[in-house]
Design a protein around this ligand. Structure first.
Ligand code: PMP
Length: 355
């Protein structure tokens, strides 16, 4: 499909201080859009100057939450090249989410071509300092104007991109997390595995309450028994007990994290014991109490590895790794960043140079 480009006549001022990028509030000069309707399928691929969307107030996404998104990054490599990390996996997950909320899938090759075209057009926006990157937000919304609960017949796919620094104010400092035993994020058969807006809306109140108590994030337990650890805010979670690395299995209520998958591969290749299994919170706090819990860390595109220095469950605090970043957390962070910034050969075929 041809992607028409309508370049901006008024380029924006680019940020000059890469140490102050923050996360998620600066966007480049352009955005990519593709329309969908039942008769034509995906059509009208175009790049336009970044601007507000023209949306009917009755558009289905605004009422019934029929929308999905993705989050991935492009990196300025050590050799000056531009690199994507496992982008095809993000488009596959996007299509998985699409199916769950009755939206049309997008051809992965089309998504990749669209993404590369947009990034190369705005390539001057990619920050160069290690740890910074270009954040990419593919999104699909239901645009048919009607009130009534049924799948829309029209959709808009778009991609916006922007330079980012670190996601958490804490950076790589260990965070305190609150084990949520009242609210739940997802239940078996629900939408937990899909990256759809409603999951995040539902997480806001618990996150706010945890923030007010001084916690950076909420650790979610399974929605049925509130017994097993699932994930944290916008990250999957790993625990190191004795010599074993343990994370929740993909039972349908946990997001299939791409960083999670990368960590599992690296852990296995390092000869460590990796377990994807139901992990009772009681086992975690028992291990924390008797010194067997060596490390805990979250994994996600935004922060890559976020060490956990303390968890609080039923009003009891458990300090992990003396509140410091653990050895494995550091090793995984270093190894994944070295691959993302093309500082060392990529044995997994995860990065693709696009320019
Ligand atoms: N869980 C949730 C709920 C998330 O939003 C994210 C971020 N996409 C993750 C886990 C981590 O996934 P990834 O490693 O693909 O960024």
């Amino acid at each position: 499909m041809e992607i028409r480009i309508n370049p901006t006549a008024r380029p924006k001022e680019r940020p000059t201080d890469e140490s102050k990028l923050g996360f998620g509030h600066i966007f480049t000069d352009h955005m990519l859009l593709i329309d969908y309707d039942g008769a034509k399928g995906w059509h009208n691929a175009r790049i336009e100057p970044y601007a507000p969307l023209n949306l009917d107030p009755a558009a289905a996404c605004l009422h019934y939450g029929q929308m999905i998104f993705e989050g991935l990054k492009a990196y300025h490599g050590k050799d000056g090249g531009i690199y994507l990390f496992r982008a095809v996996d993000n488009f596959d997950r996007f299509n998985h989410s699409a199916k769950r909320v009755c939206m049309p899938e997008l051809d992965v090759d089309l998504g990749m071509e669209a993404l590369k075209t947009l990034i190369l057009l705005d390539r001057e926006w990619i920050p160069k300092t290690r740890g910074t990157s270009l954040y990419i937000r593919p999104t699909m919304i239901a645009t048919e104007p009607f009130l009534g609960v049924r799948a829309s017949s029209k959709y808009l796919f778009y991609i916006i991109i922007g330079p980012v620094g670190s996601y958490y104010a804490e950076g790589l400092s260990p965070v305190k997390i609150y084990v949520e035993d009242r609210y739940v994020r997802a239940v078996p058969g629900g939408t937990g595995e899909a990256k759809t807006g409603g999951n995040y809306a539902a997480s806001l109140l618990p996150a706010k309450e945890a923030n007010e108590k001084g916690f950076a994030q909420v650790l979610w337990l399974d929605g049925r028994e509130k017994m097993y650890v699932e994930e944290v805010g916008t990250m999957n979670i790993f625990f190191v007990v004795d010599e074993k690395v343990i994370t929740a299995p993909l039972t349908g209520s946990v997001l299939k994290g791409i960083t999670r998958d990368s960590v599992i591969r690296i852990v296995r290749d390092s000869g460590l014991k990796m377990e994807e299994r139901l992990l009772p919170i009681d086992e975690v706090v028992a291990a924390a109490s008797n010194g067997r819990l060596k490390e805990a860390f979250g994994t996600g595109t935004a922060a890559v590895i976020s060490p956990v220095g303390q968890i609080t469950y039923k009003d009891k605090n458990y300090v992990i790794a003396d509140g410091e970043m653990g050895k494995l957390s550091q090793k995984l962070y270093d190894e994944i960043l070295a691959i993302q910034y093309a500082e060392k050969p990529d044995p997994y075929g995860w990065v693709e140079r696009i320019g």
